[in-house]
Design a protein around this ligand. Sequence first.
Ligand SMILES: *Cc1c(COP(=O)(O)O)cnc(C)c1O
Length: 224
Amino acid sequence: MNIKENIDSLKKDLENYDAMLLAVTKTHGIDKIMEVYDYGLRDFGENKVQELIEKKEKMPDDINWHLIGHLQTNKVNKIVGEVCLIHSVDSLKILNKINNRAKSLSIVQDCLIQINVSKEESKSGFYVGEIDNLIKEASKLENIKIKGLMTMAPNTEDETIIRNCFRELKKIFDNLSNLSYNNIEMKYLSMGMTHDYKIALEEGANIIRVGSKIFGKRMYKNVR
Ligand SMILES: *Cc1c(COP(=O)(O)O)cnc(C)c1O
């Protein structure tokens, strides 16, 4: 399979859904990413700030960059204003920092709230019980806009567990959509990766974040 065939196959799976394909480019070089660009995709996701900025500088200007990985406080100033969407807001502290930086740039930074639906300790994100308070606090911040929710499903082969996770987040998303708060607009539901994007689409995702299914397996330089 080559990159074009991989994208064609993803597009086929997306045909019946109103959802965006976010190409996750982490660990991949400019040449490979440009193949995806030349094939028409314009939304790219990176999980590290430094890697994103380096790639952004070398690639065409009409790309929408998304930060999808955990954001450290000391990287906030580098990333705010550089991406169309930060998917991985996982604390009120980081949200405040994003807001302050956006304010100093006189911009509004769009963000998603990352939810740890399954309460796995290895995953970041807010627990479901923390969402109400978070939304209230976020609505006071004028230089961020909360545009939706993001989650990662548990690492399991059990489809039912994955499906239930996505289903629960969709329910929360729909409930929040009915409320009206300043700076909060439930537009994007970012869920589903290579192994579970089909389930995510069935459960209402409108952004899927796909890496391996486009680029093939990632080769990490350092084995951790
Ligand atoms: C790497 C990554 C993805 C894509 O993973 P694949 O399994 O390669 O599709 C999606 N979301 C996040 C947050 C990631 O870090």
